[in-house]
Design a protein around this ligand. Sequence first.
Ligand code: ADP
Length: 485
Amino acid sequence: MEQLQDKSLVKQSSYIDGQWQQGNGAIDIINPANDDCIAQVANAGIEQAEQAIAAAKQAFPAWAKKSAGERAQLMRKWFDLMMSHQQDLGRILTLEQGKPLAEAKGEIAYGASFIEWFAEEGKRIYGDVIPSPAADKRIMVLKQPIGVVAAITPWNFPNAMIARKAAAALAAGCTFVVRPATQTPLSALAMAELADRAGIPAGVFNVVVGDDAKGIGKVLTQHPDVAKFTFTGSTQTGKALIEQCATTVKKVSMELGGNAPFIVFDDADIDAAVQGAIASKYRNAGQTCVCTNRIFVQQSVVEEFTAKYVEQVGKLKVGNGLDEGVDIGPLITQEALSGVTKLVEDSVAQGAKVVLGGRTLDMGKNFYAPTVMTGVKNTMPIAESEIFGPVSPIISFTDENEVIAMANDTDVGLAAYFYSRDIGRIWRVAEGLEYGMVGINEGLISNAAAPFGGVKQSGNGREGSKYGLDDYLEIKYLCLGGLDK
Ligand code: ADP
């Protein structure tokens, strides 16, 4: 923290209605790399969540009334400030979350890119004029901001999961209340400080930090003044929150868990597949919802792929994310570490083999070695669960239909990846995969211009792209009659 250029980016209380509000007691923010307490943040509760909603409700009419260009100017300033403080924001993110600094700075640029992109896209919220079946009538469609948006976000992308939602909401003319994950509120509060400096009016962007996830969650999902609820997190929590939203029939979008297949066909460029798999698997120590979860390799190339993959994975450097050259940081908590350890052990008990790693590392409490497993079956715990850790299970297959069936044999459908150079196969497989996003000969697919989201129990709604605005807009139909003289 001492090395930050701008220490006033570290805030210690919730940001509500343009004010830094106190709470009851404090939450310790722990660096997962070494267990140090890096800051304390006031613990807000139900009352503060209600205040934030009231502030967002009050700020809504004036924000909605601004032209898209006026909103874009303020958002552009916010974007510029995030980019000019990228180094500090990255450092704060690494300190509270653990990911390597280069990745953390990448996340800041990625999060900021949504603010820039949606600020511009907000100018293109076009309505429609529809040919009327009656000569004396005209049919028109307006798109209007839905109102107050409430969000709950996870710890794995403390900046970007907020930016992706807030950017679209604010560009559409909505006001916004977010409860960030308890482990990683500092990045959210730093965003609020920069929103404040950018001149985004009080009440438009609010951050409520509190450890009563359930209590605050109930307010955000059930309050009658919240029109839309958006969540990124586990499928289990998402399901409970959807149920809560039913009480007031809120518009809901959900970015939930995945179980991404990564398929390597025998005609693939194997070296490119190795690089793609590493990028999609080991980013953020495997703790992303689009991380490769199961690597399927066609029988005839499984030996070649595995040898090259193990060699490359073995070179990844694990350590404190602030240290030079580190590729993989700690997992977020000890519970996360025990979860990964158990998945590996249970799968080994069922016949899987660890060919690299497969153990915790003695450099802090939360470090797990980059791991590769072979002889894995699609029904083993490591293949059926979302791993959220640096473990690659390799499953071999013989034919295309078999692997599509195995890839789809899960309740979730967020991201999938495959490598092939056969154009017919590329179409067949891309169309056959029951996933919201498919990377073809590419392991990193997410950006502000593209629609991010899942099918099946991975959720609904899309973040990013022109489709991302729809989640924050209502369609209003106007029928103008009596045109005959
Ligand atoms: P993860 O396993 O990634 O922590 P969760 O779905 O448990 O996934 O958490 C995602 C976010 O949801 C976090 O901000 C967490 O604090 C919050 N959360 C967890 N449980 C609840 C709940 N019952 N009600 C509201 N928010 C919750």
